[in-house]
Design a protein around this ligand. Sequence first.
Ligand code: KG4
Ligand code: ZN
Length: 345
Amino acid sequence: MIVLGIETSCDETAVALLRMQAEDEKVEILAEIVSSQIDLHRLYGGVVPELAAREHLRNLPLLYEQAVKEAKIEEAQIDCVAVTTGPGLKGCLLMGTNFSKGLVKGLSSSRNVELVAVNHIEGHIWAAALENADLKPPFLALVVSGGHTEIVLVRDFADYEIIAKTSDDAAGEAFDKSAYLLGFPYPGGADLSKLADTVTSSRFKLPKVMREAEGFSFSGLKTAISLLIKKQSEVDLADNNIKAELAYSIQDSIVDALLYKLEIAISKYAIRNIVLCGGVAANRCLRAKLSKLEACTVMFPKTEHCMDNAAMIAYVGGRRYLSSLKSFQKTLEVRPRWPIDQINE
Ligand code: KG4
Ligand code: ZN
């Protein structure tokens, strides 16, 4: 069975072609292409939704054609098209969804091609399965991206419960906003982390992020950093060592908050299989600390599959196609807000 994945929920246009046999077998990635718009949006300090949508519209036919060529398949071999219909930016989701609908209409002239709606967060959760065929529920997924931060209890495929989420900024957003304060261009999270990893300690102390509350909250961190930069005369950001130490403290603070809540979840639910996913899962410090969690098995997707990509969308769509969940969300309306625990509604 060959499945095409289309992802356009934010500022990456991504297309992938996967070969899948049975629900629980290793998948073969025939082609995957991600076209990042970061350079375009960097000029504005963040994602401009209208520009992003226009880029998706321009990119999609080109990437699709390139993927089919790279995969060395005929269009007529595609059995299923999986597309992200939420959560994400409405105009961007519409571009991917409309393109997919048109494609399925064209491909279906001689035989039935299925169109499957995929939740972007569900894609991130299963990205680790692209390289680990033995990823089996139940597990706890720590989803940390630019738009989302939550701990999800994965009871089974398509059976999810959110057990902690952020009440304001996402972890990636916290990295990016902090990076901006240190003078890095958007999105900045990876640059901040790279600099932080050049030192092993810091003279700066930042408050522990939200120990008492149920979920996560990162908005206070930005205020604390701003105050620290304003108040302390020794915070000279032109001094690379000082900048690196501040980056170290910021990274430590965010990673500490994620770990603290994850450890609570591990003991509460007595589940020791952990999946780390989303763009921030590429963070080396977070990966290293998670790997040291006692008696836990931790899985990460490879770095390219932590970031937004279409292989993870194709994988989830393919599993739905191969299972009884095939007729899932037939209407294919885009859902800019679509919590993972409302996946079957
Ligand atoms: O999952 P993703 O590609 O897009 C969303 O769905 O949001 O995540 C992007 C986020 C950005 O905020 C980016 O700064 C962050 O992931 N990120 C990192 C690292 N690499 C990417 N944050 C911290 N350390 C990194 N190494
Ligand atoms: Zn994402």
